[in-house]
Design a protein. Structure first.
Lengths: 156, 283
């Protein structure tokens, strides 16, 4: 698959802005895949690694074993090992799974990391209190891209 | 997409043993003080549709944590049972009564813990053991209520659990308790918070699996109150529920709320057939 970059130059400002796709505006493919970058920019695998292991961010290793992340304890067994995941899936599939896993795996226990609506008793982080105002997705568009870029490095 | 879901299942099975977690002896038996046999595995009651076998949380703890419960002198929870026993005989309130003046020795209460939460006909409500203790204090003794899941109450529930150890949990779910039981069941299967996880996602679909450093149990409450090594004190059922709901990044229900009373009834009923083992020790 060819990566589509939705970069748009903003005239007159001399800077580049990128078209970010909001969670409610995503177009999913037949298997839940998302073709275009959500941030309009490529992901950074090194930043993605940090998000994978951070408790307050992706905390992906809470559920998934990843041999390349062995130095970061502890790894869970709730989901499958992510070793070789960059070979098993296309980038668009991984973007769809990380953003909204239930589009690919109905009823999955895997959280949707790029979702802002339709929650039951949404909380304010890990405080146990109700969320106030608009709900931010667990990961930003760019953080999703960073995680996907990291997953694409898990090839052998 | 390159792979099918079937091949993904194969990947799942090939998963290597995760790094660093403490190992549990899931086949161990619990015998306290070398004589009191506690049933930690039992056939699932008919109303627990998705499980064949029910297991106590003790089964999933590390060998070191399991060991604390083998001997009452090693079990830090038993210190709080002694405090509960002091309250048992202490006269408090306007009526000049103690628990003992109505109920006799604490041992007379053997079996009581195993049947709570329970419908109370006069009050027309489902009462947790905590609510019943407070009803005794306010209605019989003319004493102040104790705060829900705080030390005085936890000491007393620890005492009452300790005299029921080795007796099977047997909570009634039919008759007037049925509506609360159904409400509790709905709560158990509701996916809450930004992580959209239900009790069942962790404790029914994934018991025996690690989630980060934690080895997931079935989330049974036959061991409550539990002494947790993490906070070095007794912990109540509703406080535990609160922590689990909070961890789904949800707005939790309050300790002592009707929702948690209903959930406690439902979760207790999932353990019908396991023996009472409180005060238990967990990490």
């Amino acid at each position: 698959m060819k990566r589509t970059i939705l970069a748009a130059a903003v005239a007159g400002m001399g800077t580049i802005a990128f078209a970010e796709t909001a969670p409610s505006d995503i177009t999913f493919g037949e298997y839940g895949q998302i073709e275009a970058s959500l941030s309009g920019q490529p992901g950074d695998p090194a930043a993605g690694l940090e998000i994978m292991v951070a408790r307050g961010k992706g905390n992906c290793i809470a559920c998934h074993q990843v041999t390349a992340l062995e130095e970061y304890p502890f790894h869970g067994e709730v989901g499958p090992s992510l070793d070789f995941v960059g070979e098993r899936w296309e980038e668009a599939d991984l973007r769809g799974i990380v953003a909204s896993a239930k589009m690919t795996f109905p009823e999955s226990v895997m959280p949707s990391f790029y979702k802002t609506e339709g929650f039951i008793r949404a909380g304010d982080g890990y405080t146990g209190r109700a969320a106030v105002g608009d709900i931010d997705p667990i990961l930003t568009a760019q953080e999703i891209e960073d995680v996907v870029a990291y997953l694409m490095t898990l090839t052998e | 997409m390159k792979r099918t879901l079937t091949s993904m299942g194969a990947v799942c099975l090939a998963l290597a043993v995760p790094f660093g977690q403490a190992v549990a002896d899931e086949d161990a038996d619990l015998v306290v003080n070398g004589e009191l046999e506690i049933t930690v595995r039992a056939p699932a009651p008919a109303h627990v549709e998705n499980l064949d076998e029910i297991t106590s949380g003790w089964v999933y703890r590390s060998t070191e944590t399991q060991a604390f419960q083998l001997d009452d002198f090693e079990n830090p929870g038993m210190i709080f049972v002694d405090s509960g026993l002091e309250s048992w005989t202490k006269v408090e309130g306007e009526a000049g009564e103690s628990c003992a003046s109505c109920h006799g020795d604490a041992e007379e209460m053997a079996g009581v813990s195993a049947t709570y939460p329970k419908w109370n006909d006069n009050a027309e409500e489902v009462r947790t053991l905590t609510m019943q203790i407070n009803a005794c204090r306010t209605e019989q003794m003319g004493a102040e209520e104790w705060a829900y899941d705080k030390s005085d109450l936890l000491n007393m529930t620890a005492l009452l659990a300790s005299v029921s150890r080795g007796m099977p949990v047997n909570v009634a779910i039919d008759g007037p308790a049925q509506a609360a039981w159904e409400q509790g069941r709905d709560l158990y299967y509701t996916r809450t918070g930004l992580l959209e996880l239900s009790c069942a996602n962790c404790h029914e679909d994934n018991y025996g699996n690690n989630i980060r450093a934690d080895h997931l149990s079935q989330g049974q409450i036959n061991g409550f109150p539990t002494y947790r090594l993490k906070n070095a004190r007794l912990n109540g059922v509703h406080s535990r529920f609160r922590g689990c709901v909070r961890d789904t990044r949800a707005e939790t229900y309050a300790v002592g709320s009707p929702e948690f009373v209903a959930l406690e009834l439902y979760v207790a009923s999932r353990g019908n057939g396991l023996d009472v083992e409180g005060p238990s020790v967990r990490n």
